[in-house]
Design a protein around this ligand. Structure first.
Ligand code: CTP
Length: 404
């Protein structure tokens, strides 16, 4: 009862409930009932294996709608249109989601109605994983979860406890009330804390051309800057993400400006900064660029090759010099004398605070999905433990909010 009252954003919402073949499918009955009690309309799509765990009759009775399993009804040839389901749904919730279904979602495999509906869905998608602890911990599953999260699929973390196998560990599907509360939160219309603010974020690596084939760059993946952009946008801020080369998708609600060189990043960032409330300087910007890029492919000879480099312009320093009342956050990636170097950049570039990561810390720095950072300002240093880049982004944006 308490749960129903709390889930007051679900009234009239169209929830497509996907059920896959896991023993946790029995809990889908309770998920469906809670959604219905909260006023949502529910249609259920099941995989063929899911029918072995919970009957279509149970789910049809609870959802008050026929259950969809096949692409068409063999009796009368009526087509179950996944495109229409995708359009109908305000949220596609897959609970339980097996390792197999999530792997197929990652790979774009469309061999059942649930998966074709996923590929057609324009609405937010949420998965509640359920599986044995070793399957859950397997690097393949963990990688698939990260990819789904990067594609903005909501993940209701499984709990720890006794599993159907008798083993004890992480993998048990979250409880129905938690899952429904997660979906309810998606429709929350509470005022976003950064509404009306505009930030410019730089991210990724710049590319400095030597000739039409070669370039100078660095190992930055852009993940940290993208996670910060996503968190700012989630809190209602307008975000201009000036992005060097990355392989990442643009987070929802973020305006991305693609650039290649440090010079292009400088121009785009300065332009956006003028009308903003501040900036987060996450990009790994080249400090030097070839004096001249050859307009043809350089041919090798037996001699050594000398490429003369010139200094690039420092974007953060320029933004710091004309900061006014704006908020400016910098990054320092160091290998030695970390704190001294970070503090020097904090003052030189007029950052409000600087995020220090040391390449000496395991799990910190380029490419990975985790980071270990310290937030340093004039008042001191806050060391955060090793955590996902998403969680680091939450801490950074929390600190930004506290300074606004
Ligand atoms: N930065 C920038 N433009 C540049 C160089 C750096 O905006 N041309 C920003 C980075 O995004 C980061 C901060 O400045 O927020 C520190 O960058 P870093 O390259 O580590 O510092 P530098 O001042 O270039 O010092 P050094 O390379 O000597 O460590």
């Amino acid at each position: 009862m308490e749960q129903t009252n709390a889930c007051n954003n679900l009234k009239g919402r169209h929830i497509l409930l996907g059920i896959t073949g896991s023993i946790a499918a029995y809990k889908a009955a309770m998920v469906c009932r809670l959604l219905k009690t909260a006023g949502a309309e529910v249609q259920v799509v099941m995989t063929a294996l899911a029918k072995e765990f919970i009957t279509p009759l149970t789910m049809a009775t609870l959802s008050k709608n026929p259950i969809l399993v096949e692409f068409f009804d063999p009796e009368n040839g009526q087509w179950n249109s996944h495109v229409k389901l995708g359009e109908w749904a305000d949220c596609f919730l897959i609970a339980p989601a097996t390792a197999n279904t999530m792997a197929k979602m990652v790979g774009g495999i469309a061999d059942n109605l649930l998966l074709t509906s996923y590929l057609s869905a324009r609405c937010p998608v949420v998965v509640a994983p359920a599986m044995d602890l070793d399957m859950y911990a397997h690097p393949a599953t963990q990688q698939n979860l990260r990819i789904l999260a990067d594609r903005h699929v909501g993940i209701v973390e499984p709990g720890d406890g006794e599993l159907a196998s008798g083993l004890v560990g992480k993998g048990r599907m979250a409880e129905p009330d938690e899952i429904v509360a997660f979906v309810n939160e998606l429709f929350s219309e509470k005022k976003k804390s950064l509404e009306g603010k505009h930030f410019v974020v730089t991210a990724g690596a710049t590319i400095e051309s030597i000739d039409p084939v070669r370039f100078i760059s660095n190992h930055s993946s852009g993940k940290m800057g993208y996670a910060i952009s996503e968190e700012l946008a989630r809190r209602g801020a307008r975000v201009t993400l000036v992005s060097g080369r990355t392989a990442l998708d643009c987070p929802p609600g973020v305006d991305r400006v693609d650039v290649l060189s440090a010079d292009e990043m400088y121009e785009a960032t300065v332009e956006a900064y003028g009308r903003s409330d501040g900036g987060v300087m996450c990009a790994a910007v080249a400090d030097y660029t070839p004096l001249e890029a050859a307009d043809h492919k350089l041919k090798k000879s037996d001699d050594d090759l000398v490429i003369r480099l010139r200094r690039t312009r420092d974007i953060a320093a320029r933004l710091g010099a004309e900061k006014g009342s704006r908020l400016l956050v910098g990054f320092a990636l160091e290998t030695d004398h970390e704190e001294v170097n970070a503090e020097s950049k904090l003052h030189k570039k007029h950052f409000d605070f600087i995020v220090l990561n040391s390449l000496r810390d395991a799990g910190a720095g380029f490419r990975g999905d985790t980071n270990k950072v310290a937030l340093i300002d004039d008042h001191g240093r806050e060391d955060l433990p090793l955590m996902s880049k998403r969680d680091v982004a939450v801490h950074i944006v929390d600190k930004m909010e506290s300074l606004l």
